[in-house]
Write a protein that binds this ligand. Structure first.
Ligand code: HEC
Length: 190
């Protein structure tokens, strides 16, 4: 008797999880429609939002013009509403690998570029050749002895100062690789 009850509980639980999955139309009605269905100037209408890609809508909600509205909804709800307004499937990894997402930094002859695959690369400004490539996606012993790891490079680019190159690694937004390190390189890799 007891074991059959247990089995029922196990089967019911995943169904509840599915039922609780966020529904794009509902989220749109609750969080977006008051403005986007109001026919006000400057605000893209429901129809106009269809021209966007779900990734761009998601990005607007995370760090763009809609970041305050986006902060009211969960990650899952954000993806669901992005799919709903664009009527397209959200592909978080589309074209992300190796994309030079972070701001570029340059010094004479060299451009430093951090990419979402976690690599920090130095390119020649003469012919674009890769002069140096460092994979930041691994564990680090830090100066404070706190265990840390690198991840995707995005947002602020690497900084060059006093013969040193500084970069933060571990940009976990948009399904990129999370981490938590600030790395400092000297010119001769000390
Ligand atoms: C308080 C009113 C308001 C709400 C609520 C709102 N928006 Fe917006 N939205 C705007 C305005 C105003 C703009 C135009 C912003 C601009 O041009 O700078 C805009 C622009 C956008 C854009 C275009 C951004 C771009 O970079 O061009 C997207 C996509 C968007 N909204 C999606 C949403 C979604 C999805 C929601 C619900 C989660 C939402 N908005 C909720 C007012 C709102």
């Amino acid at each position: 008797m007891r074991s059959s009850k247990l089995r029922v509980a196990v089967f019911v639980f995943p169904c509840l999880l599915l039922a609780a999955a966020p529904e794009g139309a509902e989220i749109y009605k609750a969080h977006c429609a008051s403005c986007h269905d109001a026919g006000l100037p400057r605000i893209p209408t429901r129809e106009a939002l269809k021209a966007f890609s779900p990734e761009i809508v998601n990005r607007a909600l995370v760090s763009g013009a809609m970041r305050f509205q986006g902060s009211d909804v969960s990650v899952g709800e954000r993806h669901a509403v992005a799919e709903f307004v664009t009527a397209k499937k959200f592909e978080p990894d589309a074209g992300a690998q190796g994309m030079c997402a972070a701001t570029l930094s340059a010094k004479p002859g060299v451009v430093f570029s951090g990419a979402l695959d976690g690599h920090l690369r130095a390119y020649s400004t003469k012919d674009g050749a890769i002069l140096w490539d460092y994979d930041t996606v691994h564990d680090f012993e830090t100066v404070t002895m706190v265990k840390a790891k690198g991840g995707s490079l995005d947002a602020a680019g690497p900084a060059v100062a006093g013969g040193m190159l500084f970069v933060n690694s571990g940009y976990g937004y948009f399904n990129a690789i999370p981490g938590n390190v600030l790395l400092a390189f000297s010119v001769d890799s000390r």
